[in-house]
Design a protein around this ligand. Sequence first.
Ligand code: AMP
Ligand code: GLY
Length: 424
Amino acid sequence: MRILVVGSGGREHALCWAIAASPLCDALFCAPGNAGIAGVARCVAVDVMDLDGIVALARDERIDLVVVGPEAPLVAGLVDRLEAAGIKAFGPTAAAAALEGSKAFMKDLCARHGIPTASYRRFTDAAAARAWVREKGAPIVVKADGLAAGKGVTVARSVDEALAAVDAAMVDGVFGTAGAELVIEDLLEGEEASFFALVDGRHVLPLAAAQDHKTVGDGDTGPNTGGMGAYSPTPAVDDAMAERVMAEIVRPTVAAMAAEGRPVKGVLFFGLMIGPAGPKLIEINVRFGDPECQVLMARLMSDLLPALVAAADGVLDDFDLRWYPHAALCVVMATRGYPGAYPKATEIRGLERAAAVPDVEVFHAATRREGDRILSNGGRVLAITATGTTVAEAQRKAYAAVDAIDWPEGFCRRDIGWRAVEKR
Ligand code: AMP
Ligand code: GLY
């Protein structure tokens, strides 16, 4: 098969790495890819939001399956466009991607179908939103309805903080049209976990659970990021909890979307809060998490590609996936300054030494090659992923590889996986 992966992050490097290892893969392309992905796929400089360009590339290269990594092209309708052109795609249509593209849609779906989530209200008027915040008090959670590159959620510990979040979105317009509507909801207490499942419209194939670290600083402090590290398995989701999550949240969501004429295909990423009353849904993403994808791919024993094809073809019911019993852990290396402003094009050395550490894959998240040099090309730049018999062992190997990297402008958290390591 001829495969095209759309995206340029660590997630897409991990997907390309897994797909390239499939005996079914005859040719692998990535648009636009990065310097690391270029080691396993032919990178073509087409932007992920250039929908015409992606469709043309898939047609020109006689692609059998397009695998879409990031959410923005999914919400913009890339899969609809590919399918209209007769090209098979792994990922949801725009109608199904509304699960991630509109938090208000997702919350209303939960309300219509009794899926457990925080109670909420929707607002399109700033004065009404402010009045609701004052009436409810803090803590309270303020969310921009649309896609905001992971920055649209404020978990407000005070009324003033919540009011500032309302004004930033609705008056200052910091999220553009994505913040024209807000969802304001109750704070959920408990332990967060992420649960992944492949879906083919009707059938669900659960993947392993994973946990990421959202904040930039050690001890889970500082501003939120796209994710500074991840590990799998996670003690927050044992087999019994996984079955509850499937029964109470995952299957009802897939059935609800099918019943409402928006069948979901691709992968669903459920952000959960595991509290005293059981699992509650925080959010749904319609794509793999980054860096969660990296640890899932490191743990997957089965061939990924036939599972992606089965999801696209609607035949996941016949499917089973095997996982290594190992743990996997991913440490993200970012450019100093991230998630604020940071320099670009800083040189990274020592990548071969890091990759030589046993059981380590050095996935690239934002790099480009200039001659013999590898340069940083974004905020989150490397995703160093290791396996081990325990999370603690995977953690040791990942940091051994991190320490082999010579990149003065880079940094990482030193405590990825701490909850799982301490619980052992
Ligand atoms: P994201 O939408 O990925 O930017 O998620 C924002 C983060 O905010 C989540 O991962 C949670 O940590 C937190 N969060 C969102 N909604 C709630 C809620 N209702 N209660 C507690 N934490 C929340
Ligand atoms: N790591 C969180 C995300 O991909 O949204």
